[in-house]
Design a protein around this ligand. Structure first.
Ligand code: AMP
Ligand code: MG
Length: 354
């Protein structure tokens, strides 16, 4: 190569390099937090057009607020929030008449009924009257008297929740019945928000809604997003790292909302057969593409025994499960073996072969 050609070659390299740098520089990360549905929601998006990223995130939050409002069980009667809550209106008309509701409420209730049947009643969104007795989330959570629990349990039955798709109505057949969508609304809202982001042409995103994770594509480095699964007994520890791409991981745990009485822990995920907190697991993570389904399944698998939960997960295509049982055993569905980094530490035993 003569001197002239060599110079030309260097110049081409330089221009090429600068263009690449410029291209990389133009890939932005935009991150934003909002307190929503009783939790801190963080949305992270990657892309080239900063204005478009911001717009997509704003619209995603609007969508999450819309679903949150439909499912909110606790606004003050008479307020705008009360009127926009389908759950409040359905509860108020329990035993009286069907209520016309949003398409998304119908969708959520149909899913709720489906997984109630599939879990043999372990998942039941008509758990409202029993949840109310425990008072989780309020100022004074307490163990309710056994006779009151028994009475309230008689009202818990998703078989008495009528959903009419054609009329777009929902109806609780018995007076006193109450819906509580706490086990599924956050995941459903997360999925809807992600779909909004996707519609904007964005290919890399993560929504973290307090333990409900949904990712789109890979991270900025082109690698899977790395999700830490929390140690259920050490708030700053993790028991596993899960690489995630175009998928969702939702954790239900006995450490999110609980109180202690008489040296015992009472948490917010109830077994509809007893009315008392489910005792099989400390933490359960459901992994599947759709965040709405993952949220439902995390609660389903938490209430079931670890053996039954793993058996059920194996029958479901595209569903994986990771759990820490009440006696400190870490178990998961076999396909996770090649992806997970498990860090059982001193406190847990890892049953690798499930
Ligand atoms: P998650 O953290 O997704 O497991 O949801 C827990 C929330 O779901 C609770 O705070 C209740 O609002 C509601 N819930 C509790 N037990 C059940 C159950 N067995 N089936 C359906 N929803 C439940
Ligand atoms: Mg759930």
């Amino acid at each position: 190569m003569n001197r002239k050609n060599a110079l030309l070659f260097v110049a081409i390299l330089l221009i090429g390099g600068l263009a690449t740098l410029q291209y990389l520089r133009r890939s932005y990360e935009y991150k934003s937090n909002q307190f929503l549905m009783d939790t801190l929601v963080t949305i992270t998006v990657h892309g080239k057009d900063e204005t478009q990223l911001k717009q997509a995130v704003t619209e995603a939050y609007t969508e999450m607020h819309r679903i949150a409002d439909l499912a909110d069980g606790f606004p003050q009667p008479g307020t705008a929030a009360y009127n926009s809550s389908d759950v409040c209106r359905i509860n108020q008309q329990a035993g009286k008449q069907p209520v016309r509701v949003d398409r998304d409420t119908i969708e959520m209730l149909l899913l709720a009924k489906k997984y109630n049947r599939l879990s043999d009643g372990a998942f039941d969104v008509t758990i409202g009257p029993v949840m109310e007795l425990w008072g989780f989330g309020g100022k004074n959570p307490h163990v309710p008297p056994a006779d009151k629990l028994r009475e309230a349990l008689k009202l818990v039955d998703s078989g008495n929740l009528e959903v009419n798709e054609t009329e777009q109505t929902a109806f609780l057949r018995k007076t006193g019945m109450k819906l509580d969508l706490g086990a599924m609304a956050k995941g459903y809202a997360t999925e809807k928000a992600l779909q909004v982001i996707k519609k904007h042409g964005i290919q890399k995103a993560m929504i973290d809604a307090g333990g409900n994770i949904r990712v789109l594509g890979s991270n900025l480095q082109g690698k899977p997003w790395r999700i830490g699964i929390k140690d259920p007994r050490k708030s700053d520890g993790i028991v596993a790292v899960l690489p995630l791409e175009n998928s969702s991981a939702v954790t239900s745990g006995d450490y999110y909302r609980y109180f202690e009485a008489g040296g015992k822990r009472y948490h917010h995920i109830l077994d509809p057969r007893t009315g008392y907190p489910a005792t099989n697991s400390m933490s359960v993570t459901a992994v599947t593409r759709d965040a709405g389904l993952a949220d439902i399944l995390s609660t389903v698998f938490f209430v079931l025994s670890p053996g039954n939960a793993l058996d059920l997960a194996r029958t479901m295509a595209g569903v994986e499960l990771f759990l820490v049982s009440a006696d400190g055993h870490i178990r998961h569905t076999p396909p996770l073996l090649s992806r997970l980094e498990v860090k059982p530490g001193e406190s847990y035993r890892y049953d690798q072969g499930r």
